[in-house]
Design a protein around this ligand. Structure first.
Ligand code: BEZ
Length: 220
């Protein structure tokens, strides 16, 4: 297991698109690295389909996507045809799926769900998702159980927030999207806030503390 801010491990992997070394494959991009429990299962099929449909959005954000499960390359390649078929506008599949039959990568990355097992009692991967920055550091992680599919609009929204807050001294509020204002971070002094975010407004609150400073500087 590793924490936010730590360097994401470089790994060698077999994928549906051939062998890769993760860092070389990522290059100078952000990366979403996510696992699912099994190929040929309904929720996983919808998740991979949704991620594939959003490929142009990830590309716009210079973010590469890679998936992983405990199945082998042959299963991945055949299952991709099912995913493409349920996403009617998908002629090619836009990202590789890592094969991890011996769970070596999943164990190293803390992606195992001990409660989900295959027919011979081997544990399966949970629905883990990591967002890795260009600096190779872990920016966000989530783990969902097998029975709960993820919301990929939320993943895209979180990526937008991570990419904005990586370069600007702001934080994005609950349910933020790029069309909404965000907040100047508490560590910015009132003088610096005036200089950097001339439009910002201090929201009045009963405590009279001036900690909610809203700026529309980055509204799209
Ligand atoms: C699914 O993707 O539908 C699934 C996978 C493993 C356990 C339960 C559901």
């Amino acid at each position: 297991m590793f924490n936010l801010g730590e360097i994401f491990p470089n790994i060698e992997a077999e994928t549906s698109e051939g062998a890769i070394t993760l860092y070389d494959w990522i290059g100078d991009s952000w990366c979403i690295f996510f696992s699912h429990p099994r190929d040929y299962t309904p929720v996983c099929t919808t998740e991979l389909g949704r991620a594939a449909t959003l490929a142009p959005e990830f590309e716009k954000r210079n973010c590469k996507v890679i998936a992983l499960s405990c199945d082998g390359v042959e299963d991945h390649v055949a299952w991709i045809e099912d995913i493409k078929a349920i996403c009617s506008n998908l002629s090619t599949f836009p990202f590789p799926i890592i094969a991890d039959k011996d769970r070596a990568i999943a164990k190293k990355l803390g992606m195992i769900d001990p409660d989900e097992k295959d027919e011979v009692g081997m544990p399966l991967t949970c629905r883990a998702l990591f967002i890795i920055g260009k600096d190779r550091k872990l920016k966000l992680s989530m783990r969902y159980p097998a029975t709960t599919g993820r919301n990929f609009d939320e993943i895209l929204r979180a990526l937008d927030s991570l990419q904005l807050t990586a370069v600007e001294k702001v934080a994005t509020p609950a349910d933020w999207t790029t069309s909404k204002p965000c907040f100047v971070v508490p560590s910015v002094s009132p003088e610096e806030a005036k200089a950097q975010f001339p439009d910002h407004k201090v929201v009045e609150v009963p405590s009279k503390k001036q900690y909610i400073r809203s700026t529309s500087k980055f509204v799209k």
